[in-house]
Design a protein around this ligand. Structure first.
Ligand SMILES: [Zn+2]
Length: 351
């Protein structure tokens, strides 16, 4: 039975797409769809980032993306965009970064929208990781006589929606650690009162990162030493991340910002059941990306338990007078990029 299903799948156009070669123009259309999808970053969770362009006579006639939770899906926005610009969508090709949904959620299914718009062909970057929930869009489109090809720039699309895919697979958030160190790798300067030692421009980048994370976690020591707000202030945002404080001995000050500023905080005291259980709990809350901004103890615990997916090391050129060294074991990680945030150099590692 299983074999039969597999051979059926192989016969469908969507799967034949895996063996196809794509033209440079097709790459360009899908790249544009991935590019416009970015406009929804930090605003669509628990949905994934999705982009769509409509192509007719070798030209992009319309673009759409999932912009915010509750807003139109990418395909619907693209069709709407075409109508606004006076284009007839009949016979056009839709390039979409994720398999169109076929379920009635906050909006009618995209498969129906594509059918109504007379789209002749749909090219998909990445298949739906959750077809049971979202309704197996490819087969519905094919049954309706629309040609479907998939797999174009699949890896790029997967990278863009990696936290969504991770959460679909494991029901836990993708864990990003961010830590700032001085020129010698020290994480703190005991000669000084608490405070950051990185540049203002760097802090703005950190706020961008926070905006893309659904929750931020620190331990009790960080709250007591720095009294951080752990919110997004330096850039515009429609919602604030959930703050998660690991404090099994209930040591943090009740007047601390995270407990008194009115924004949402999960203060884990006696109910703390370890980090894996905490990730399960956050996954149930549809937290898809968790940012760990804690001190070395918290970070090392995450590392020791093998729970870190991405490690962002921010290195300042300042030097601490009374340094606190931290030996982070990054042996299982690979550096994937190097960036500059303000005056700081930033290395990004993933598993
Ligand atoms: Zn949809």
């Amino acid at each position: 039975m299983l074999l039969l299903l597999e051979s059926d799948a192989l016969m469908s156009n969507a799967y034949l797409g895996w063996f196809m070669t794509w033209s440079e123009a097709q790459h360009e259309y899908m790249r544009r769809a991935i590019e416009v999808a970015e406009k929804g970053r930090g605003q669509v969770r628990p949905n994934p980032l999705v982009g769509c362009v409509l192509v007719k006579n070798d030209e992009i006639i319309a673009e759409g993306w999932h912009d915010h939770l509750g807003g139109l899906h990418a395909e619907q926005m693209a069709i709407h965009d075409a109508e606004e610009k006076g284009h007839n969508t009949n016979g056009s090709v839709a390039y979409v970064t994720l398999e169109p949904c076929n379920h009635f959620g906050r909006t009618p299914p995209c498969t129906e929208a594509l059918l109504w718009a007379g789209i002749g062909k749909v090219v998909i970057a990445h298949g739906d990781p959750n077809p049971i929930v979202r309704g197996n869009g490819i087969s519905v489109l094919e049954e309706a006589g629309i040609e479907v090809e998939s797999g174009l720039l699949e890896k790029d699309a997967a990278m863009q929606m990696r936290e969504f895919l991770h959460w679909c697979q494991y029901r836990r958030p993708f864990v990003t650690v961010k830590v700032a160190v001085d020129a010698n790798g020290s994480v703190d300067d005991l000669s000084k009162a608490a405070g950051r030692f990185t540049s203002d421009e760097c802090l703005k980048e950190v706020h961008k990162l926070r905006k893309d994370c659904c929750a931020i976690l620190v331990g009790a020591n960080t709250v007591n030493r720095d009294n951080p707000s752990l919110n997004v202030r330096l850039i515009e945002t429609q919602r604030q991340p959930l703050r998660v404080i690991i404090d099994p001995n209930n040591r943090i000050d009740t007047n601390s910002n995270v407990l008194s500023d009115g924004l949402e905080t999960k203060h884990l005291t006696e109910d703390f059941r370890g980090l894996p259980a905490t990730l399960d709990m956050l996954g149930d809350l549809e937290i898809q990306r968790l940012l760990v901004e804690g001190g070395p103890d918290t970070i090392n615990r995450f590392l020791e338990e093998g729970l870190v997916d991405e490690f962002i090391l921010v290195q300042s050129d300042s030097t601490h007078v009374d340094p606190v060294s931290a030996d982070f074991d990054l042996s299982i990680f690979t550096q994937i990029s190097e960036e500059t945030w303000g005056k700081e150099s930033v290395k990004i590692f993933t598993r």
